[in-house]
Design a binder for this molecule. Structure first.
Ligand code: DHB
Ligand code: FE
Length: 285
């Protein structure tokens, strides 16, 4: 088999996502008390045991699982696996109490400290960046309606080929990644391009699970954001596009109706415009 060393692979993006996670998030470990580890670990194992009994799982199937789990680890695909099939429930539970905007999963491809663009500007792009130009205007407020001047909107998304800078090879470091800062009225205006639907890479261990189970591997096109302001809970969300074939069957189960945009063609231009605002919940006392 010939492989192009520059071609993006699941193993490549997966290994990069693993490295990034170790750098940014895997601190010395959560201070989880032993009683909680005991109950959670025991219940996870009991659920697995019950499935084995209910479905009469064989040694051949057990060994296939073992081989597959070893492979997920060796190719660095645990962040992909967990963010696609587990994170959405963690997110739901963590944000249940909120009155402001709905959020959704972060996914494996966030990088902090993307270049600053002020309240209005363009994300970094390559010359001739493919994709329909998109202008997004919005305002950040608190849940009581008060404008949040200086709120930060961190944006990152895939390109028109469904690839993320810093995880797929050959893309400039900060391509389609930027930080915007809301003006005195909490307003911002972002110029970017519409991302393409994203396909979980099929060449790796997660891809093999998808193929073996007869699933599809698509996520609908999406913009990732983190919106933050002092005294408010960080909002991590994704925005989707009305009409996308995979809004109803996202492999990562991360679409919510409140997160779907309705862009309109801009008059006289080749692009689209959309308005979408954020209301952030104050930090709980
Ligand atoms: C994955 C990729 C994404 O872009 C995303 O938003 C969520 C999950 C993944 O490959 O695991
Ligand atoms: Fe994504």
């Amino acid at each position: 088999m010939t492989t192009d060393p520059k071609a993006p692979t699941a193993a490549g993006s997966g290994a990069d996502a693993t490295d990034r996670f170790k750098t940014d998030k895997a601190g010395p470990g959560a201070d989880t008390p032993p009683e909680r580890v005991d109950v959670l670990a025991r219940e996870v194992l009991a659920a697995v045991h019950a499935i084995i009994r209910r479905h009469t799982v064989t040694y051949a199937e057990y060994n296939a699982l073992k081989a597959w789990m070893i492979d997920v680890g060796e190719t660095g695909e645990w962040p992909l696996f967990l963010d696609v099939w587990v994170e959405h429930v963690v997110e739901d539970v963590a944000t249940e109490h909120r009155k402001g905007n709905k959020g959704t999963i972060e996914g494996p491809y966030y990088v902090p400290n993307a270049p600053d663009r002020g309240p209005r500007g363009s994300v970094p792009t390559r010359s001739g960046e493919p994709g329909t130009p998109l202008v997004w205007t919005g305002q950040v407020t608190s849940t009581d309606g008060r404008a949040l001047a200086g709120a930060r909107i961190e944006l990152w998304h895939a390109d028109a080929n469904g690839l993320y800078s810093q995880f797929a090879p050959g893309i400039p470091e900060w391509n389609l990644r930027a930080t915007f800062t809301a003006d005195d009225e909490g307003r911002f205006e972002i110029h970017t391009v519409r991302p393409a639907p994203y396909r979980i890479p099929t060449d790796g261990a997660c891809g093999r699970l998808i193929a073996a189970a007869g699933w599809h591997s698509w996520r609908p096109a999406h913009l990732h954001v983190k919106v933050s302001a002092p005294g408010h809970e960080l909002l991590t969300a994704q925005l989707y596009f009305s009409g996308d074939a995979h809004n109803d069957d996202d492999i990562a189960s991360a679409v919510k109706p409140e997160l779907v945009l309705e862009p309109r063609p801009t008059t006289g231009g080749a692009g689209e415009g959309v308005a979408y605002d954020f209301a952030l919940d104050p930090v709980r006392a």
